[in-house]
Structure formats: C-alpha cells, structure tokens
Design a protein around this ligand. Sequence first.
Ligand SMILES: [Zn+2]
Length: 166
Amino acid sequence: MLDSYAYRCEFGQMNGPQHDILGFGVSAVMDLNAQHETWHLEQRRRAMCCLPQERFKPDLLAAALVGLFGIAGNRIHDALEPAEHPNHRGFFHSWLLFAVIGRETLSHHQRLCTGQTSGTEARLLNGIGWGSCSHFASDATTAKSLPITGLFFSPPRRGRRVRRVR
Ligand SMILES: [Zn+2]
C-alpha cells in the first residue's frame, strides 16, 4: 500500500499539521465572532435599560478551547476515510455531507450569535462543525477534489500492491 505521506506529497494533499492548524484557526475565529455578536446584543440590551456600555473583552482561552474541538472535527474525516490510496474519499469526504454539515453549522452559528442558543456545549459543538467544514473546504481545493455523494466508491482490494512513491 502506498504510504500515506508519499501519497499526500504526490497528490498535493494537505498534511496532518496543516489540517490541524486550519481546523484550530477557523473554529477559534468563529468562536470569537460569536463572542463579538453576543457582546453586541448585550450592549443593545444595556442601552435599552439605560445601563452603561461595556468594552468588548474577547475570551481567548475559550476560543482556543473551541479551536481544539475544531481540530477534532477536522480529524474525524481522515480517521473515517484515511488517505491511504488515491480514491480514499467516500461519503465522509463528499459534497453531499459537506452541504448538510455546512448548513447545520451555519444555522447553529447564527443561533449562537443571536443568543437563541448558548453555553459551553453549544460553543464546542460549533467548533466541531467549523473544524469539519474546514476539512471539506481544504480537501475540495486539491486536485482530487470531493466526490458528489461518495456512495459508490470502492475501497482498494486488500493485498493489492500499489506503486510506491519515493
Ligand atoms: Zn481528508
């Protein structure tokens, strides 16, 4: 079997650390965005109650924690469908699943920003969602891109030798 590192080099795939950095960054930034939006809401409420306005203090530690869950969300895909051969991308790397997860993540994020949902679990879930989306988005930019549904892909037959790449 083609070792996954050589495969990634040949097909210009993102490697693990690049995926982790992207998953962390996207999720942490989206958490900061939600923090900022909820701060805006709170300031509007305070204005209506004639209370003094507060300065925005980003909670970087919380954003970093959400970022760690983003790494997990990003890693799920290659854990389910490891990059071991050129056609490894199936359902868990498909445009279909990207559309479903992307839509859910976006609406969950909007609920967080508008205060319809809140709390630690909701924010960590948001991190997992954005981490997953970042995986789809970055894999989509590679030469192989993503399959439409990934439901008809056939994993390689066991024991079959694939050309080794140095
Ligand atoms: Zn992948």
